[in-house]
Design a protein around this ligand. Sequence first.
Ligand SMILES: Nc1ncnc2c1ncn2[C@@H]1O[C@H](COP(=O)(O)OP(=O)(O)OP(=O)(O)O)[C@@H](O)[C@H]1O
Ligand SMILES: [Mg+2]
Length: 439
Amino acid sequence: MQKQINIKIARPFLPLINEQKRIKFFYGGRGGGKSYAFADSLLLLGLKKKLLIACVREIQESIKDSVHRLLSDRISYYGLDEFDVKESEIVNRFNGSRFIFKGLRNQDAQKIKSLEGVDIVWIEEAQTISKKSWEILAPTIRKDGSEIWVSMNRVDENDPLWMILAANPDERTLVAKVNYDDNPFCPQELKQQALACQQKNMDDYRHIWLGEPRSQGDYKLMNASKIRQAMTPKIKECSSPLVIGLDIARFGNDASVFCFRKGRWFYKMEVYEKKDNVELANIATNMIKTWHPIRVFLDAGGVGGGVYDILRDRGFQEVVKPINFGSKAINSERYANKRAEMWDLLRQWLDEDVEIVCDERLFNELVAVNKKYDSLGRLLLEEKEEIKKKLGHSTDLADALALTFAEPVYDRGFLKLYGNGKVAIEDMFNESCQNKTGW
Ligand SMILES: Nc1ncnc2c1ncn2[C@@H]1O[C@H](COP(=O)(O)OP(=O)(O)OP(=O)(O)O)[C@@H](O)[C@H]1O
Ligand SMILES: [Mg+2]
């Protein structure tokens, strides 16, 4: 006689077992029932037919970090003695279904080959998955009919897997939001905790319990909605002097970027790939001659120093200023280094009625950066390498924009001569006048 299977899947999660989709992406806040429903659904499917199921997460130091424990608890709860719970895998001894558990960080294409026969992969805590891990995992899930199940509590506007899979889902992707108030099994205790949080701090509540990303958490430098506002066109002309920020590619796949800003208006961005120092210096020379910027602030770290040397040699030293991101800030009591200062001035500027170039990559770069404080309480930004891991590229566009805030500039209406010219541009550039309008 066939054994009665008693597993009940909560309604919001029924597509897990009933629908055919390449990607099933469930997100939401604490207590939504994601982990339980995923575990139960996989057990149910693994009873019905032979499946190879991989439960993956970004970091799995030991099996304790995985959902192995949850699955074995659910197996005991339902009395599913078909499953043999071994130390590092779970096997259905009747039909051969198998659950395996893996951490994705430190995997490479070779080591992860064992996943090629997988029918379903469950990516748990998907908010922590890096772009790199996804790029290693995705091509290995290649069996016909295989599915990728994702459970996520969003953290940032641009969590990598959110951006890749859920922000603009295709027809093979199901995206569903499930919160504690959709979970019929949500314990009373959790509901009370949610209510207490709602009364205490609405921002925390929206993030922790309603599954919304933090638009500007304690650790985010930029406010995503301010950036969106600034991306709406509103300015047609501006008489403020032109400042150009130039971020120079350090590595092969980084881009060199010129940002054009006049006062409240950042109106143009030019991106160049794979240019050597001379080519970049030529482009900069042309821009200076055509657009007469009052300043070009150039990232002089790494190879940027070489571009600066060429421009200086051509006589542009009054216009072009080399900036070192790691150097001392003008306001060194408040900022741990120049990079933090420029980015924070950009943040303050975004609070005003400004306009910036509308560009998704720029948006993602701006919201990617976390802030912290050094032992003296000065603002410090998250390391570039960390951000690069999250984004999959450097913050080239945003750095170029931030560079336009490197130092205050003033246009006092002097005649400007460029290229071996004789104008005393220091007259237009006065560090003692650091009031707001100078930036
Ligand atoms: N099928 C179920 N049977 C019994 N209880 C359940 C079931 N599904 C969920 N629950 C209860 O709801 C709680 C929250 O579920 P779960 O841990 O799966 O949520 P989650 O969406 O993964 O949230 P978190 O962000 O907290 O991990 C569980 O601790 C459990 O008490
Ligand atoms: Mg969970």
